[in-house]
Design a protein around this ligand. Sequence first.
Ligand code: FAD
Length: 291
Amino acid sequence: MTAGSQVQDDRTGSIYVAPSLSAALDALADYGPAGAPFAGGTWIMRSPIRHEPLRPHYVAIGKIPELSAIRIGKDAIEIGAAVTHAALAAALAGLPEFAVLAAAAGSSANPAVRALATIGGNLSALDFYAADCMPALLCLDAAVEIASRDASERMSLADFLKRRSTFQPGRLLTRIIVPRTERKTAHARLPLRKSGDYPVAIVSLSVNVDTASHVQAVRIAIGSVEQTPRRWGRLEAALLGAVLDPARVADIAAELAAEFTGRDSVEVPAWYRVSVLPSLVRRAAATALAN
Ligand SMILES: Cc1cc2nc3c(=O)[nH]c(=O)nc-3n(C[C@H](O)[C@H](O)[C@H](O)COP(=O)(O)OP(=O)(O)OC[C@H]3O[C@@H](n4cnc5c(N)ncnc54)[C@H](O)[C@@H]3O)c2cc1C
């Protein structure tokens, strides 16, 4: 293992603070199934509450320069996996095409959690069904890079979602790549009571409209309703070519919403997650038009 600081923690075993990406990948490969990345730690710290065992070893990735960088290029933005929600929201302020992602990162959880929780952790926490950045990045057609000691692979976020539970130990999400294009975007979420709660349902919208507000292209992603976030293809198809009228969009969403099977939980019954979708879609459309 390359030099870096090793901290012994009575509850978690060891935490190795990796000084570089190669050191982190080496450590993860050496630990195998006994190790895992440690980013903001906001999901890991709640493992005991979820009755999940902690790993004997963690590899902290927060001090690796390239994982904490955001590069805003002409054709795409690249976001290091260890960028915090707060840093991401601040970096994207003033870029309307990324309003959906700035809102997702800037409205999730609460300020203390946003200062620690990373975008890579948000996408990698298995069994976390209410990740705000997930639908936002799905509607932006994002790709991710996954690295191991021996290789690096780029895949669409949709493929990552299908494959992430099958990755062998030693894999690290390193970067998120989001193409740049002219579009209007918005993120609408319904927390149970107020800020700080996990959202009941999330609608992320990206739309291109012509000068008469006719929809030229649209991507709508739904989060927190089912276990896995996904695009709402039938709603997208129904909106193409028509004027983006928030009330009409909500009516169509109400007609199509039965295709979702809401997830049950102690906080919210399954049917409620589905029933709020039309109003969230309406809000997302209105916000996108105003952005
Ligand atoms: C009170 C509270 C409220 C919250 N509310 C919301 C909310 O409304 N919306 C929302 O989206 N989030 C919310 N969160 C945050 C969310 O629950 C996760 O905690 C967070 O997104 C995970 O990021 P992290 O950097 O802390 O990850 P960690 O806790 O460090 O890691 C999470 C998991 O991902 C793995 N991992 C981390 N980084 C990588 C990587 N780069 N590559 C591969 N695997 C990796 C870890 O090994 C671990 O299994 C909330 C958290 C709290 C505590």
